[in-house]
Design a binder for this molecule. Structure first.
Ligand code: A3P
Length: 322
């Protein structure tokens, strides 16, 4: 109800106002430091609300990622996999509903208004250490998606620039330049940053609990989509049957969830998603290019070097080895 929303905003605004703040990527949006990660106040408000009120159930599965690593895609895949006994690609709610409304973010309070069938799937951008306690205590399964930091940065810079242009028009001209934005990102000053710590948190957790945390890279999802989709189905405890394999169900899901297919649906071309009071994100902002290596069009060799110093060397998922 309205009262709850207002109460929630006041209480958490007070808590947030006591946190360390730094200039973000645009003048009206400072970043706040909470548990060693940087948050936009609007997102943090929801995270604090989830901390206090979100109650996970043992069978809930959480699709976690930092921003702009491809969660729109993996959500669509998981949703299609989990609901395939009810829908096929001609009847899927994804045809008329943006993927983010099919699998709500736990920290945006979206689960109150989620549309479509009730399935035990949630999404989150929260760092591992900021997830509501019940998620960890109950040993809920987690699917984590990460992406080459350079592509993630480029995607984020474009996304926020476009969102700022439509939500706070006056801010458009003072939005950070690509060079400044990249420097801030490398220093960890980005939404849900430091990006590296976000990935590392989940990576370490996945080593401790490999049966509960499944780790994906956007690049692998691109290269070995079929293998990844089968893995997702097994993890969601609904593996593809021999019959389904014969009918090409895996390939049909992949085709339906492809960038070309989803981005051309009317809902994703012209629809809008309501985020809290008075804030809209146009659904087409979630679809830009959907390519691996687009950073080469925006970052110089020197910027690449700068990022290399910080990259996850000696990790099996070191993006520079790919
Ligand atoms: P680009 O900006 O590089 O194009 P998120 O979904 O976490 O917000 O990440 C957004 C990124 O995923 C964007 O990357 C977007 O284009 C890409 N994306 C969205 N849907 C996709 C799909 N179905 N397949 C591949 N990439 C997709």
């Amino acid at each position: 109800s309205k009262t709850t929303v207002e109460w929630r905003e006041k209480k958490y605004k007070d808590e947030i106002s006591n946190l360390t703040q730094k200039n973000g990527w645009s003048p009206s949006q400072p970043l706040c430091l909470y548990k060693d990660f940087w948050f936009y106040p609007f997102f943090l408000q929801g995270a604090l609300y989830a901390r206090d009120h979100f109650q996970a159930q043992p069978n809930d599965v959480f699709i976690c990622s930092s921003m702009k690593t491809g969660c729109t895609w993996i959500k669509s895949l998981c949703f299609s996999i989990a609901t395939r006994s009810q829908f096929d690609d001609s009847t899927s709610p994804l045809r008329t509903t943006v993927p983010h409304d099919c699998i709500p973010f736990l920290e945006f309070g979206e689960y109150f208004t989620a549309q479509g069938p009730k399935i035990p799937l949630f999404a989150s951008h929260l760092p591992y250490t900021c997830l509501p306690e019940s998620v960890i205590d109950l040993g809920c399964k987690i699917i984590y998606l990460c992406r080459d930091p350079k592509d993630t940065y480029v995607s984020m810079w474009h996304f926020f620039r476009k969102v700022v242009a439509t939500t706070t028009p006056g801010d458009e001209d003072s939005f950070v330049s690509n060079e400044e934005g990249f420097e801030l990102f490398c220093k960890g000053l980005s939404s849900y940053g430091p990006y590296w710590d976000h990935v590392l948190g989940y990576w370490k957790a996945s080593l401790e609990r490999p049966d509960k945390i499944l780790f994906f890279k956007y690049e692998d999802l691109k290269k070995e989509t079929e293998a990844c989709v089968r893995k997702l189905a097994e993890f969601l405890e609904c593996p593809f049957s021999i019959e389904e394999e014969r009918e090409g169900t895996v390939q049909k899901i992949i085709k339906f969830c492809s960038f070309e297919s989803l981005s051309n649906l009317e809902v994703n071309k012209t629809g809008k998603q309501v985020k809290g009071r008075g804030r809209f994100v146009e659904n087409n902002k979630y679809f830009r290019k959907g390519k691996v290596g687009d950073w080469k069009n925006y970052l110089s060799a020197e910027m690449d070097e700068l990022e290399n110093d910080r990259v996850f060397v000696n990790q099996p998922w070191n993006f520079n080895k790919a």
